[in-house]
Each structure stands twice: as C-alpha cells, then as structure tokens.
Design a protein around this ligand. Structure first.
Ligand code: NG1
Length: 452
C-alpha cells in the first residue's frame, strides 16, 4: 500500500489540500477492497465529478446554452483489464449486487432502472465506435456518501458513472478520443437507458475547470467540436446545494414529454422557417414574433393530421396535451439568461447573476412546470436570507436540488436557517452543503505502490 503522505500529495491538486486527507482514506479503502475482490496486481484509478447547473435548464436537447459547475462529489472507479471480453462490476455499496456482462456492440440490458445499464450503454457505444474486438475489465465503483455524487438529486450521478466508466474502458483498450467526442459518445450511451438527455452533464464531467463554471453552447460545430467559455467563480462567494429529498419515479416520462413538446414546437415553427431543426434555430427571432405562431396546447395527433412531420419520443401518446407555447418560451428566454449570466460573471457582477437565477427559477416553475412544493420552500426561504444573491431549482426538476449563490461569509448561517425553515414546513431536515468547483474527470495518477 502507498505511503499515506504520498497519496495525499497526489490527491491535493485535485481536491485541494484540506480535503486530500479524507480523500486519501477513501482511495486507500477502495484500493484494498479492489484487491480483496479481484486479487493483487496493478490497478488504474479514474474519477468523474457530478455537477450542479448554475443556469440553463432543459436547453441542452434544444441545442441551447448551459452553465454547469463540476462539484466536489465524484464517482471513483478502479479498473484492471481482463484477458477475456467480460466486464465485471462491483459496487462498494452492497445494495448494488455485483454484475457482469459481455463486451459487445449489442450488450444485453438489465431490467429497466438497474444501475449497470449506464455501464452497459457505455461499453456498447464504445465497442461500436472502436469497430474491433475489445477486452473486458474488472471494476470497482465507489460513489458512496459523503464523497460520492448523491443519487436521484439532479446532480448527475448517472453521467459521472458513465464518464468514469468510459474513461476506464477506453484506457484499458488503448482507445483515445478527443474529450468533446468522448462526451458525445457518453451522451449517446445514456440513451441506452431510455432517457433522451442532452450533452451537458457528460461534457461538464470531461471538460470542467476548477474555480469556474463552464459555459457550453450545446450546438456542435460542423467539425463536431463545441464553443465553450469558462466563467470565474470568485472566492468571496459560495454555491450551496440544498436537496429537496424528493425523487419522483416518473421523471423519465415527464422529461421525455418535455422533449416531445419542444419537438412539436420545432415542427410548427418549421412551417414558417424551413431550416429549423432545433429550437436554437429561432433564438435570433424576437419572442414577440414567435409567440403568435405557437399554440398554447396541441396534440401530436392534431399536428400529424395537419401533415406536420414531428420527431416523436418513445412513450408519449398521440393524444397527450402538449403545452408548446409556454415550453418554447422557457427555452427561448433561458438561452437569453445564460448568455447574460456569462457576461455578468465575466465582469464580476454576481448580483446580476443572482437576479438571473431567480428569473430562471420562475420560468422553470411557471412555463416549464418542473418545480414542486419542496423546491418552492427552499427557493423562497433562501430569497429572504441575508447574503443570498440568487436561488433556483437545478437539474431536470420535479424534485432534486436547489442551487443557491451566497456570500461566503454568510454561507454557514444560510445553511442553518434554510434547514430550520424547511423543517417548519415539511417536518424533516434537508441536506444542504457548500460545494466547490473542481476540475474535470480523468485518470488519477497515484504513487505506484498504491496499486499493488
Ligand atoms: P439531470 O438533472 O441530471 O437528470 C437532465 C439531463 C440534462 C439536462 C437536464 C435539464 C441527462 C443525463 N441529463 O439532467 O442533459 O437536460 O436534465 O436541464 O439526461
């Protein structure tokens, strides 16, 4: 086993010197567990962070703008190549039983909702991309609290797992991809699980920078690369994440319905602007000109009867009411807000960033209808507390977390007050924590002795 001091030195540049000691203990435990499970020998270590989205919600699958931050909660993944073409997964959390599957361009799936489907999707997508036989690997996954990414909270634990697994699988097979391309492969890999998600989470896990939010234009350039900018997060401010504790089971259906509503908007607008493929294509047209073209409510069936070609989404019935106008309004105004947020951060105007966050929340609640009572309690309580500049729901919605921008000096008082106020209404104490912006995921180069 490695010298603890060497391990701390290796982890300090990633986690900061104050967190490196606890992280070294976590890594040591994971390495020991790996060797107990799979036997001694060399091990490669990878990590991928979760994220909190500062602003830009439900814009990514419309080729719009987003601004995520990689948080200091990550998935740790240890891997060793196998001589055969089997992937063996072992999770430190025993409620996720070990599982193995073959490397193939058509990997059989586990039952819906099974955690291994994220890994299966990645292995399948990379096998398709490689176009040659690939070897399997023995894997240990560590996403356990307190350092793992909380699951089902809209902090993108699933993408962190997909990205960590993709980094490991590519490395043991000597596959090398530019990071933006790997992000794209991981995005497509997640479709294996049935959600038609965008590229924000995977891209952020692979391209984030410490102390910055990542501004990403999710529309790829013709050569497959993306336009990005890094917006500084000044030391005098903190991001708090408050978990509503609400995790709905039917989020996937609701999420896909929103994707469908946006696609219906595209089909309608294409009658007037033939080149439109995504809502992003009407971003330069004033909202006042777009609004009258969009019905409040319409069904897929009606659109098809009118002869419109609508790209459908699995699981959305033809007679479900689609609230097209409000959904498109959210996406259009949100893109304006994300650009304004980048400009505000570049000039250090955090107060304006806060105002934009409140506006984004209102739009997500009223036009996109993705809020819930617990999220409302958190946002309205935060708004009244001294030192808070802005707050909004973050991630897909219908539960999950709120992100709060706060003056660093007020952070701990805000955490306490928020918990009290939430308790008074919902009779339980929510998890609220300050997070710092870490860098992108990748292989962690540990001292050699650590891996034997
Ligand atoms: P979360 O909150 O992690 O489920 C989802 C999508 C994002 C984005 C947001 C909404 C996936 C993996 N993630 O994030 O791409 O669309 O919702 O802004 O589908």
């Amino acid at each position: 086993m490695a010298d603890p001091q060497e391990l701390v030195s290796a982890l300090s540049p990633i986690y900061g010197s104050d967190l490196a000691v606890s992280q070294a203990e976590r890594y040591t435990r994971a390495l020991a567990l790996f060797c107990r499970r799979y036997g001694p020998g060399p091990v490669r270590v990878f990590r991928a962070p979760g994220r909190v989205n500062l602003i830009g919600e439900h814009t990514d699958y419309n080729h719009g703008f987003v601004m995520p931050v990689a948080i200091d909660r990550d998935i740790l993944l240890l891997a060793r190549p196998r001589p055969d073409a089997t992937v063996c997964l072992y999770n430190v959390e025993t409620r996720f039983p070990p599982v193995s599957f073959p490397v193939s361009s058509r990997v059989p799936s586990a039952p819906a909702g099974h955690w291994s489907n994220y890994a299966r999707g990645v292995v399948q997508r990379l096998a398709q991309e490689a176009g040659r036989p690939l070897r399997g690997m023995d894997v240990l996954v560590d996403g356990e609290a307190p350092w793992g990414v909380p699951r089902g909270s809209g902090l993108s634990s699933s993408s962190a797992l997909s990205v960590a697994l993709a980094l490991a699988f590519a490395a043991v097979n000597d596959l090398s991809f530019p990071r933006h391309h790997l992000a794209r492969l991981c995005q497509e890999a997640e479709w294996y699980t049935g959600t038609r998600g965008g590229i924000m989470d995977q891209f952020n896990a692979l391209l984030a920078r410490p102390h910055h939010a990542l501004f990403l234009d999710t529309r790829p350039r013709p050569d497959g690369t993306y336009t990005t900018a890094y917006a500084p997060l000044p030391e005098a401010y903190r991001l708090l994440v408050a978990d509503s504790g609400v995790h709905h089971d039917n989020v996937r259906g609701e999420y896909n319905l929103r994707v469908m509503e946006c696609r219906a908007g595209v089909a309608i607008l294409r009658q007037h602007f033939p080149d439109v493929t995504h809502l992003r294509d009407v971003q330069h047209i004033p909202w006042s000109a777009l609004e009258p073209l969009l019905p409040e409510v319409v069904t897929l069936q009606t659109l098809q009867e009118q002869g419109l070609v609508v790209e459908t989404v699995p699981g959305v019935a033809p007679d479900v009411p689609l609230r097209v106008r409000a959904r498109v309004r959210h996406v259009w105004t949100e893109n304006v807000r994300v650009q304004a947020a980048l400009a505000a951060m570049e000039r250090g105007d955090m107060a304006h960033l806060g105002t934009l966050m409140y506006e984004a929340h209102r739009s997500a609640r009223d036009d996109y209808e993705i809020s819930c009572a617990e999220l409302e309690t958190l946002v309205s309580a935060a708004r009244e507390l001294p030192g808070v500049l802005g707050a909004r729901l973050t991630g897909a919605g219908w539960g999950g977390c709120v992100v709060i921008l706060v003056e660093a000096s007020a952070a701990s008082a805000v955490v306490e007050r928020l918990q009290e106020r939430f308790y008074a209404v919902h009779h339980r104490v929510p998890e609220v924590f300050a997070c710092r912006a870490l860098g992108a995921g990748g292989e962690v180069n540990l001292p050699e002795k650590a891996c034997i």
